[in-house]
Design a protein around this ligand. Structure first.
Ligand code: CMP
Length: 411
């Protein structure tokens, strides 16, 4: 048993497996002291930046450990290795002892999030959002068309401010003048001494692509994270009190990767860069929470991307249900019933199937007597069934892939 106040050292011989994807609930992650470790995944969802061969100072297993899920990767010792093992509950201790490592972890996570966000939009929508401030004009135009003038006005304002030489400046100013009487906008920017911020429902906290100087901790209310891709609003997350957002700009010195909109009247605590650096050493619990949230997001987005790689649409539906069960930490071993908080329509959206194809697949899903609809919500009479079906389709996929590769080799 580990002493809770001491991080322990472990050694692995060349060739041995340190963690195995999907196999165990992750409780420990590792920091390499000596040697090399290779990371691999069953479904290589996207080519990882920086390669898969890790060296001293690198870490692995953090996402699954800090989000309390099963491992999403396999790690094998390429040489004899010496590792520092960190239990989930020791993370605060790690921050106190070694703040730079904790910073490195969250910085790398932030980069990974951005990379995965982009990969998912590329795969599902065959597009990436605009990257420069001129995209702010598109954001504004989208919300103006939806008659969401608070949001539109805010985005026009940011466009004019950040793209003063932009080609649509005159148009933006004209639109602003026109919608001003209908727009409620809260201008609270970094530099304000008071760090408590209040936003009425349906106002913009910040817009995608504007520069960012603060991150926020939700005290009250709810916040929607969304971005405009192909002239459509893509919902990334709905956040609740205790959640943190806006950290990516701060950690990477980049513009906002998505917009944050008050979904209800909301009160936020703003943390600027200087205060954030102080917090790393003075408030390890806040950094622990941030790491957990980032881990959850990364875990979820990995699973979503892996889902898009499945070819059988019915298999994708079962896999999506399984992801939701795991996300809600439902014990998969039990034969309890479970009601999801969404219906068939949302499930089709969730996996991004076109409507006509989606309806046919949904019909096939309900041919399974253990899957029903109750009050327009999907209900399974036995959670094990979801895992069983998802596992079956995954196995078929593997066989099919092997067959294809085999026939490629022989042809
Ligand atoms: P930042 O880029 O500063 O501004 C937008 C914020 O949205 C970002 O930081 C994250 O905090 C948050 N965010 C981005 N992508 C996601 C996602 N896929 N799920 C949840 N939150 C996200």
């Amino acid at each position: 048993m580990n002493n809770p106040l001491q991080l322990s050292l472990v050694n692995f011989k060349k060739g041995s497996y340190i963690i195995v994807e999907g196999k165990q609930k992750a409780d420990y992650f590792f920091i390499i002291r000596g040697g090399n470790v290779r990371i691999s995944k069953e479904v290589e969802v996207v080519e990882e930046e920086g390669g898969n061969l890790l060296a001293p100072g690198d870490f692995f297993g953090v996402v699954s450990t800090m989000s309390s899920h099963s491992h999403i990767e396999t790690a094998q010792a390429v040489t004899d290795v010496s590792l520092i093992s960190v239990h989930r509950d020791q993370y605060g201790l790690l921050i106190e002892k070694n703040a730079p490592v904790a910073m490195k972890i969250i910085q790398q996570f932030s980069k990974k999030m951005r990379y995965l966000d982009e990969a998912l939009t590329r795969i599902t929508l065959k597009s990436t959002g605009g990257e420069d401030p001129s995209h702010l004009f598109k954001v504004a135009e989208y919300y103006a068309r939806q008659s969401q003038y608070n949001l539109a006005y805010y985005a026009y304002y940011q466009y004019v401010k950040n793209s003063p030489k932009g080609e649509n400046i005159t148009l933006a100013r004209e639109r602003m003048a026109k919608i001003q009487p209908y727009a409620k906008v809260v201008y609270l920017d970094a530099g304000t001494e008071d760090f408590t911020r209040s936003y009425p429902k349906d106002t913009m906290i910040f817009s995608e692509n504007q520069p960012g100087q603060e991150l926020y901790i939700i005290q009250k209310g709810a916040v929607k994270i969304a971005k405009i891709v192909n002239d459509n609003e893509v919902l990334l997350a709905l956040l609740k009190p205790g959640d943190i957002f806006g950290e990516m700009s701060i950690l990477e010195d980049k513009p906002r990767s998505a917009s944050a909109i008050a979904y209800e009247d909301s009160v936020l605590l703003a943390v600027n860069k200087v205060n954030f650096s102080r917090m790393v050493s003075s408030q390890p619990q806040m950094i622990t929470r941030l790491t957990q949230l980032l881990s959850e997001r990364i875990w979820f987005i990995y699973k979503q991307i892996a889902n898009t790689q499945l070819t059988n649409p019915l298999g994708r539906l079962y896999d999506a249900l399984l992801i939701q069960l795991e996300r809600s930490k439902i014990s998969l071993g039990s034969s309890d019933s479970y009601t999801f908080d969404f219906g068939p329509k949302e499930l089709i959206n969730l996996v991004g199937l076109p409507k006509n194809e989606g309806n046919g697949v949904i019909r096939r899903l309900f041919e399974n007597p253990k899957v029903k609809i109750i009050d327009n919500k999907i209900h399974v009479t036995d959670v094990q069934e979801v895992e069983k079906q998802a596992g079956y389709f995954r196995k078929m996929e593997k066989i099919e892939k092997a067959r294809r590769q085999g026939s490629l080799k022989t042809s």
